[in-house]
Design a protein around this ligand. Structure first.
Ligand SMILES: Cc1cc2nc3c(=O)[nH]c(=O)nc-3n(C[C@H](O)[C@H](O)[C@H](O)COP(=O)(O)OP(=O)(O)OC[C@H]3O[C@@H](n4cnc5c(N)ncnc54)[C@H](O)[C@@H]3O)c2cc1C
Length: 437
């Protein structure tokens, strides 16, 4: 049934998580196909940092040097309020890996190149439009889109389906982001587990000596983050409590109810980005005012603002990471705030474990039911990160300021599981366990 044209695993979505899953499977000798309905890879620095754990996973695929050659290292986390730095903790793990700051599009480029070297070409402009799971395989329809000139009096170009292919494959990995069709085909819920947050994000040139430090800045009802970027730049993300963008939220509701439209440039459907040129919040004066109010200790010069945006981040968790022949990883399964860069980084770890488990079934004859352990583990990890079961908590004698911010820190530190527990421990806090985490 699974001839040469049918992959042993189909990966839907070629974001960082889908590409990582494809590479991890290909390296284990599994025949993969990766399709993405987008027109091309993303061209932005969205999730901009790799956890120490992700560095290890990338090293395992032989990509450590490729990543380090375009990354800036962060080796400590500073915790601030409006007055001063209240705490600092080293972020490097026992093996000396820090957090690597790297643009998401650069990471995707590294992964795509490594896939090409394995003989796997990402099939852009290919949308999975039908998923029919069976007991031992999945029927999938893939629509290929091409641009066609139409009209006579007024010529215009349109994206049209040029070819639809039916395939049958033993496994499908849904790395297809916010509006995951794979998740919807599995009839899984994607419950909101906390309120959505808006952030005003600025990337700017500065002469500040940011000292290889990631800075988390707590206000009365805000959590902001400052990242050093390569070439004398920083990214500052300011939480904007109470902000609403009715147009974006209406669009999102419509998309969730009706599916999604295609094609557009590759978009991150989870996050409705308003470039916000018309928002006063994104004016330089507003940027300077937020720094003056929330972080007057930042005395570096604010030079050219090279990118700015208002981004909405939701908090959601799937009811299961999959079942049978359909499995999820990355934003398809979970969404959270931006500070700890957890969505993408945990997505890479999920992709790695899922690839190992699927390869175990295909190559070693392990039972397909063994994948249930993947579901249990990652539900537990994410329930902890969303403070639904466990999370960072104050231990006896903890510093009162840190104790007051403990539960917020759960989603803001660049780690999960044991590594998160170790970081919390350095602050005199503890990580309460959730089953399976
Ligand atoms: C402006 C912005 C700023 C961000 N900042 C941060 C940050 O500071 N910290 C942080 O942690 N995260 C941030 N993110 C989020 C981060 O980009 C995501 O967590 C990450 O991209 C998730 O990767 P993924 O591979 O799971 O999904 P995605 O990157 O969303 O990839 C999913 C892919 O699936 C494809 N797809 C969807 N449906 C289909 C289908 N039916 N058939 C074929 N292909 C399909 C899509 O085209 C897409 O390419 C930011 C995002 C944006 C937009």
């Amino acid at each position: 049934m699974f001839g040469e044209n049918n992959p042993e695993a189909l990966i839907v979505g070629a974001g960082p998580v889908g590409q990582f899953a494809a590479l991890a499977l290909a390296r284990r000798g599994v025949r993969v196909r990766v399709v993405d309905r987008g027109l091309w890879p993303c061209a932005q620095s969205y999730a901009l940092a790799l956890h120490p754990k992700s560095m290890k996973l990338l090293a395992g695929l032989g990509l450590r040097d490729a990543v380090l050659s375009s990354a800036t290292m962060v080796d400590s986390i500073g915790l601030y309020d409006a007055k001063t730095r209240r705490a600092s903790l080293p972020v490097a793990d026992g093996a000396g890996d820090g957090v690597a700051v790297m643009r998401q599009d650069v990471l995707e480029g590294v992964l795509e190149q490594a896939l090409e070297a394995e003989g796997v070409e990402i099939e852009w402009r290919n949308e999975v439009s039908r998923i029919a799971p069976g007991p031992s395989s999945v029927g999938v329809t893939i629509d290929k889109f091409t641009k066609e000139s139409r009209g006579y009096v007024i010529a215009h170009t349109e994206w049209v389906i040029s070819k639809s292919t039916e395939i049958e494959t033993p496994f499908v990995i849904g790395a297809d982001g916010y509006n995951s069709r794979v998740r919807r085909a599995s009839k899984l819920d994607f419950q909101e587990v906390g309120p959505a947050q808006y952030f005003a994000v600025f990337e700017f040139k500065t002469d500040a000596d940011v000292n290889r430090e990631m800075r988390i800045v707590f206000g009365e009802n805000t959590t902001d983050v400052v990242w050093p970027l390569p070439n004398g730049a920083c990214r500052w993300s300011f939480e904007i409590p109470g902000y609403h963008d009715e147009n974006l939220e209406g669009l999102q509701k419509g998309l969730l109810a009706a599916g999604f439209d295609f094609p557009s440039e590759r978009s991150k459907e989870r996050l409705f980005v308003s470039q916000g040129a018309d928002s006063p919040l994104l004016e330089e004066s507003s940027f300077r005012a937020m720094i003056a109010q929330r972080a007057p200790w930042f005395t570096g010069q604010v030079g050219e603002i090279v990118w700015k945006s208002i981004v909405r981040f939701e908090r959601r968790l799937t009811s299961a990471f999959g079942d049978g022949r359909l499995w999820l990883a990355g934003d398809a399964a979970h969404l959270t705030g931006p500070v700890g860069i957890q969505s993408m980084n945990l997505g890479l770890a999920e992709a790695d474990e899922l690839a190992a488990a699927i390869a175990g079934v295909i190559r070693k004859g392990e039972p397909a039911a063994s994948l249930e352990a993947y579901n249990q583990k990652w539900l537990g990890v994410w329930r902890q990160l969303h403070n639904l079961a466990g999370g960072v908590q104050a231990s006896a004698g903890a510093d009162p300021w840190l104790a007051a911010h403990a539960s917020t820190l759960t989603s803001c530190l660049p780690a999960y599981g044991e590594d998160l527990g170790a970081l919390a421990g350095k602050l005199g806090l503890t990580l309460a366990r959730a089953a399976g985490a």
